[in-house]
Design a protein around this ligand. Structure first.
Ligand code: F6P
Length: 324
């Protein structure tokens, strides 16, 4: 392996720049050339890349977003698109790729390796934390801090006006962001896709809160929650069914994807990406690197894609106890 490519793909996440930096610097350390592809798989298809050296990644460890840009390439889903990408990589003399992204990125990487025999290593980068084989994905910790900071502010105004707030957070089909930010921000209720508590239980819990002397409440709603209503319908349903509740909705949206990465995400990205480069130099392929019990480990992309990440439902119990 003389030349390694790196790209970021799917939804961006804080810490992706720290990850790119770690790939580029690890390549420099091991006297291996490095090129960065723009806009994920699409840049591989378009041959849109730049040579990178240790100095190309100066001062980016602290920046959110990704200097290599990101995209969800539809063309890469086709065999023709992947063929173009493989041809371009060969033309650019790129021997292997580090793919930073989520499950869509890993699915693409796995089939690309199988079809074209170009080694790939996946690095989990998404705010959703919905990947098997790692306790944390790059960007998740920063997103949690962003959400908690936002809910702290919402709590101030909720409390001033004796209001009930529904705060919708991201996470796609997974409730990691909702559950952990909900506990961190002291939410009264947390609605996640992994556990449908039902509407009656929600009404009951809010009434209980009121009876116990609470004058305002925060309900964190995961965007993938399966209660059968969107967050606005949910707020309407609750105010129609409970007297004297003044409810508001805040959808946090893409602010959760931006901002300077936390120290945790920078260190995580650095550790994962140094290992990714080392694995490629060691002749490995089709693996995903992960952070498991404070160690960097790897598992096959196949396993990462087939298995579900551990979800600690006990956190719901903790939330219940603490919202008494
Ligand atoms: O996967 C990251 C994520 O932010 C999800 O939480 C969300 O569902 C999705 O991406 C939003 O995607 P887009 O930025 O394309 O609207």
């Amino acid at each position: 392996i003389n030349r390694i490519g790196v790209m970021t793909s799917g939804g961006d996440s804080p810490g992706m720049n720290a990850a790119i930096r770690a790939v580029v610097r690890a390549c420099a350390y091991y006297n291996t050339e490095c090129v960065g592809f723009y806009r994920g798989f699409q840049g591989m298809i378009d041959g849109d890349y730049e040579e990178m050296n240790a100095r190309s990644v100066r001062n980016i460890i602290s920046r959110g977003g990704t200097i290599l840009k990101s995209a969800r390439s539809k063309e890469f889903l086709t065999p023709e698109g992947r063929q173009k990408a493989a041809d371009n990589l060969r033309k650019a003399k790129v021997d292997a790729m580090v793919l930073i992204g989520g499950d869509g990125t890993f699915r693409g990487g796995k089939v690309f390796w199988e079809e074209h025999g170009i080694p790939v290593i996946g690095v989990p980068g998404t705010i959703d934390n919905d990947i098997y084989g790692t306790n944390f994905t790059i960007g998740y910790d920063t997103a949690l801090n962003t959400v908690v900071e936002a809910i702290d502010k919402i709590r101030d105004t909720a409390s001033s006006h004796n209001r009930l707030f529904f705060v919708e957070v991201m996470g796609r089909d997974a409730g990691f962001i909702a559950l952990n930010s909900g506990i961190g921000a002291g939410a009264e209720e947390i609605l996640i896709p992994e556990e449908d508590l039902g509407l009656d239980r929600l009404l009951e819990s809010l009434q209980k809160s009121r009876r116990s002397g609470k004058t305002s409440s925060i309900v964190v709603v995961s965007e993938g929650d399966k209660i059968g209503k969107n967050v606005f319908e949910l707020a309407e349903y609750v105010t129609n069914n409970l007297k004297d509740y003044d409810a508001r909705v805040t959808v946090l949206g893409h602010i959760q994807r931006g901002g300077n990465p936390s120290c945790f995400d920078r260190v995580l990205a650095s550790r994962l990406c140094v290992r990714a480069v080392e694995l490629l130099l060691d002749g490995q392929t089709a693996l995903m690197v992960g952070f498991v019990n404070n160690r960097i480990e790897s598992c096959s992309l196949e396993k990462a894609l087939k298995s579900k990440p551990d979800f600690n439902k006990d956190l719901l119990r903790i939330s219940d106890i603490l919202s008494t």
